[in-house]
Design a protein around this ligand. Structure first.
Ligand SMILES: *Cc1c(COP(=O)(O)O)cnc(C)c1O
Length: 237
């Protein structure tokens, strides 16, 4: 068994155990393997172990990997999530290649993506990113702006509003992690009252996965625990 396969098994087991401990069905929580900076060989090992959903932070790198795997058919098929900050001038590449965008934070970007999403593709699944720790430097919208942006995004036919995402400030204390994630969960529940089709709450990374699951995450984004430490410092965005 490859190291990556072993790591995937451990992460999956941790997700299930954590879910059960807090009375949740492990089937409600999906695993996004964050493969930024990692090689296609590493991704191939994860695919061989059954993983299908991958997260990338850099547009060019992600598109190259998508192209690399494009000719090969997997069952179920691969799905590619863009989880990094997205500049407007790169929106077309995301619209044309990815299945999901986790970092939607402005209407103008949503309108561009809606316009650029190819006719033959399914609508782009989008998550609105919330600046839940209220930090100046972090991307995402302030919670009070969510109703307005969500309503506008829901009107765009080539996008599908699936839910919310956040990257809280780094915090090692479990209770404090949990408190922040619970604020996200309550925003998510509010969103679902208005848009019942919103089914995805993207929360939790290697260092705060347990608190995210306890608060209600439906999609954890895990890099280090699957692929090992990254070789170069990735942006904290
Ligand atoms: C890098 C990254 C992750 C994965 O982080 P790990 O700590 O390696 O699990 C998750 N989400 C986002 C947005 C990232 O940029």
């Amino acid at each position: 068994m490859s190291a990556i396969e072993q790591n995937l098994q451990q992460v999956t087991a941790r997700i299930s155990a954590t879910a059960r401990e807090c009375g949740r069905d492990p089937g409600e929580i999906s695993l996004l393997a964050v493969s930024k900076t990692k090689s296609v060989e590493a991704i191939e090992e994860a695919i061989a172990a059954g993983q299908r959903a991958f997260g990338e932070n850099y547009v060019q790198e992600g598109v190259e990997k998508i192209h690399y795997f494009q000719q090969r058919k997997f069952i179920p098929p691969l799905s590619w999530h863009f989880i990094g900050p997205l500049q407007s001038n790169k929106s077309r590449l995301v619209a044309e290649h990815f299945h999901w965008l986790h970092t939607l934070d402005r209407l103008q970007l949503a309108q561009r993506l809606n316009h650029q999403r190819p006719e033959e593709s399914a609508p782009l699944n989008v998550l609105i990113q919330i600046n839940i720790s209220g930090e100046e430097s972090k991307s995402g919208i302030m919670p009070d702006r969510l109703p307005e942006l969500a309503a506008a995004v829901a009107e765009l036919p080539r996008l599908r509003l699936r839910g919310l995402m956040a990257i809280p400030a780094v915090e090692s204390d479990y209770q404090r992690q949990l408190a922040v994630f619970q604020r996200m969960a309550s925003l998510f529940n509010g969103l679902r009252r208005q848009f019942p089709q919103a089914d995805t709450l993207s929360l939790g990374m290697t260092g705060d996965m347990a608190a995210a699951i306890a608060a209600g995450s439906t999609l954890v984004r895990i890099g280090t625990a699957i692929f090992g430490a990254r070789d170069y410092g990735a942006p904290t965005a």
